[in-house]
Ligand binder design. Sequence first.
Ligand SMILES: [Cu+2]
Length: 127
Amino acid sequence: MKHFYLTIILACSAAVTLPAYAAMGDMPGMANMGNSAKNMGAASGQMAVTQAFMAQGKINSINPDAGTVNITHGPIKALAWPGMTMNFPVQDKAMLNGLKAGEIVDFDLAKDPAGRYVITRIAPAGQ
Ligand SMILES: [Cu+2]
């Protein structure tokens, strides 16, 4: 998991960003439109607040049984992630219905209680 190291760094910076992060809690489920760099570092143990990170990528393959989708995504600035190819679990396997390999998609990520980044929304790009 290439993101593990980065996740640790973000967690360590959570203390200084906590006030801004807490303010975001007034808008549960609201997609974070870009200016989230200073709000990142969603601390584990604060799962009452779910922050979504928007991303775009291309589907390489879909695994309905595992509930995962392999995506080559662009950089996700809010998470300080470079572009890469990786498997993402989806929140609900039904979200994979209708998706196709080769499709360009917009998707939202949120950290689950286990610290994994899970896709909470996925749709063809521009929809
Ligand atoms: Cu990635």
